[in-house]
Design a protein around this ligand. Structure first.
Ligand SMILES: CC(C)(COP(=O)(O)OP(=O)(O)OC[C@H]1O[C@@H](n2cnc3c(N)ncnc32)[C@H](O)[C@@H]1OP(=O)(O)O)[C@@H](O)C(=O)NCCC(=O)NCCS
Length: 122
């Protein structure tokens, strides 16, 4: 984490951590189907320990529940301290993601891939 990520206390801003949680949740959701996925809720967010600039963070995801178009994902965030190398759990959260079509309407995530690869910018 970089100094630009910090709040006035000098610790990493919670919103930066939640952005990482959101992105990690997306990767877990895509294991269930190659679709557009949107976040419908984030719950049970616990900032247990602060994160400091210089810390290296790792996020681990697991699917807790799956429905028709939605999956609920648990995310744990660990920080490896820059000064000591100690690894501590800093944040836990869960989020629910929904697979949607191009119009933003929920679709079953078990349906065939609905996401085309991006056009080449070459
Ligand atoms: C996500 C969205 C498409 C769902 O639309 P909706 O009309 O509520 O859809 P539905 O009622 O048919 O629900 C679809 C699924 O979402 C689940 N869901 C809806 N609201 C939920 C909530 N608050 N928490 C958990 N799950 C929820 C439903 O249980 C259902 O799951 P299932 O298909 O597995 O049974 C819509 O709310 C939306 O577009 N939200 C904005 C998403 C967004 O912009 N996110 C931020 C950027 S990624």
């Amino acid at each position: 984490m970089m100094p630009r990520d910090t709040n006035v206390q000098g610790t990493v801003f919670g919103g930066v951590i939640l952005s990482l949680v959101d992105q990690a949740g997306f990767y877990e959701a895509r294991l269930h189907g190659l679709h557009r996925w949107v976040t419908v809720s984030m719950d049970a967010i616990q900032f247990r320990r602060p994160v400091w600039p210089g810390d290296s963070v790792s996020l681990y995801t697991s699917t807790r529940k799956s429905g028709t178009s939605s999956v609920t994902i648990d995310v744990k965030v660990f920080a490896e301290r820059f000064e000591t190398g100690e690894t501590v759990e800093v944040t836990a959260a869960s989020l629910t993601m929904v697979s949607v079509n191009a119009e933003g309407t929920p679709i079953p995530f078990a349906s065939p891939p609905s996401m085309s690869p991006p056009a080449s910018s070459a």
